[in-house]
Design a protein around this ligand. Sequence first.
Ligand SMILES: *Cc1c(COP(=O)(O)O)cnc(C)c1O
Length: 443
Amino acid sequence: MKEISDFRVQLDVEEIPKKWYNLAADLPRPVPPPLNPGTKEPVTKEELGLIFPPSIIAQEMSTERYIDIPDEIRENYILINRPSPLQRATRLEKMLKTPAKIFFKREDLSPVGSHKANSALAQAYYNRHDGITNLTTETGAGQWGAALALACNIFEMECTVFMVRVSYDQKPFRRTVMETYGATVHSSPSAVTEYGRLLQKTMPDTSGSLGMAISEAVEIAAKNPDTMYALGSVANHVMLHQTVIGQETMMQLKKIDVEPDYMIGCVGGGSNFAGFTFPMMGEKIKGKNNCEFIAAEPKAAPSITEGKYEYDHGDTAGMTPLFKMYTLGHNFVPSSIHAGGLRYHGMAPLVSAAVDQGYARAVSYDQLETFDAGLLFARAQGVIPAPESTHAIKAAIDLALEAKKKNEEKVIVFNLSGHGLLDLGGYERYLAGAMQPSGKNGA
Ligand SMILES: *Cc1c(COP(=O)(O)O)cnc(C)c1O
């Protein structure tokens, strides 16, 4: 570690991974299948066919270790700045006076500002190839909606987005991003679905939630044969698509001959964490490394640290199958924290299984302490991180300070899942000293 090239590791476009990696192939115990809420039997392909196209269903149910990435998707990965650089946080290390080496993977460099287009492009591609013309989805803070809007635009499809009300009101520029790419955006609960109209009547003051918005998007997909539903996180196929992040990171660390001690990602539904860590976790299961995998979640939606590992619905209305996952209950409405992308009651079944089987652990933070970490990072490295990503940064800083106390040269690698340039409202409140702590029941 002395060359300047060790501080920012770039890959060539030919090094964009050619396959996605499926952790389900390597977990020692199988991941419990989703269940039909009525019969409690495993969900069938036919049932999933109401909202997902055949090629996505095949990926969702696959236990194959590797799945080929079509060339057309790899070419479009260039458009979203893949491969993304791995960078060393040298100034942050100096500020913390830590002997630890801190690296971050730059998913913030995507034109939509986060990792989410890695899966959006894949989902739009497969739906298009299966003859679908319209996609519906939910979005929390707006990053997933923006990613899907871009992907639908590329593959010439219509895109309808249900945006959680509190984010719709707090983050109007996200809506403009989605509309710029050609999507139609509704504040959820909306008046365009039956369930939305019911919520408007029964909970007129609700801040909305991802669970509610999912119910609305699923309702539209289930009612229209030319329309399918695209999910931004949680599902197995989304975890799969995101593994380009972790595969690139492993190549980059290998190029500079570095073995990570910790890999950290923030978790909402779990996709950036999964994508970043699963390729390395697969090697760990085979005894090839001793890396620790840490999921950083908000105290306002602490699904792993305070939830139960049990079957629950993915949405509020109870339209989706039951998933075995860490959950706070599908009626849980998290307080309105700025990390809107982390406001989800459950955790991806694959991430939940990895935790349950002892391959990952979780930590949780209040939004005031994550914004402290985000500000330090911005001043050290120049990048203003997404409020979601500040959870991973907080965990990295804590480990770096622990390494300092013990005088250990640990290698800490975290995923910078996105930038915060469309979340400046949160930074504005933080800087004015007006940000409230975000306990589980705070609002
Ligand atoms: C959506 C989002 C998250 C949370 O979603 P995961 O599926 O858990 O990755 C985290 N960071 C950013 C920047 C996001 O946009």
